[in-house]
Design a protein around this ligand. Sequence first.
Ligand code: SAM
Length: 231
Amino acid sequence: MFKDFQIDLKQYGLQLDDYQNKQFERYYEILIEGNEKTNLTGIVEKIDVYTKHFLDSIVICKYLNKNSSLIDIGTGAGFPAVPIKIVRPDIEICMVDSVLKKIDFLQTLNQSLQIKSELIHARAEDLAKTRREKYDYCVSRAVANMSTLCEYCLPFVKIGGYFIAYKSENIEEELQKSLSAIKILGGKIEKVEEMVLPNDAGKRKLIFIKKVSATPKIFPRGKNKPRIEPL
Ligand code: SAM
């Protein structure tokens, strides 16, 4: 339970019932079991999983509109999408990863937690061709630098929606370098929210990029160009 680790959820605008607390307990067990077969996370101590994976993923929840849609690019072992879905079952979630073993793990996890979310094994660049401007929110954590990430993520967002990037404290230089990419791709930085995580887990910055105009059809580029030659 979060309270076993001195995590005061109210401070983050959050409150969980017994069922949600049990879902997080089960998630922890399945993550540790799954980690023996598939490389899912280097963070295994329970206090660290609760702070650096679970809490870190859900700090976004108070900003999300009711009954909205959200896509998580490069979700890995389900972060941040699965914790968001536990806290906010009203949100329609799609999770994407390019590694099949991670999608297989998420299928087992979703069944066990009785969570209904769409799971897609694909590269973001390919999926963006068929899912353009379909989601209220796109989120991504620990996948790429801001310029690359914007090219992966902004195509999925409806005009008026947001791409919200999970970034660490020292993001200024990376953010500055991505300004022209954000503009080209139809985005505009609206705000940066900073929060302190307990148990010496450091600070988290959420970068809110509003989709203000359509992303030109040539993006995202193929052949790994978003990573090799970021805009
Ligand atoms: N978001 C998770 C987290 O915060 O723990 C996983 C982070 S892990 C370091 C990066 C994940 O992004 C990997 O699972 C990888 O397979 C996935 N990934 C990287 N590039 C991708 C792409 N272009 N499309 C889809 N998934 C991608």
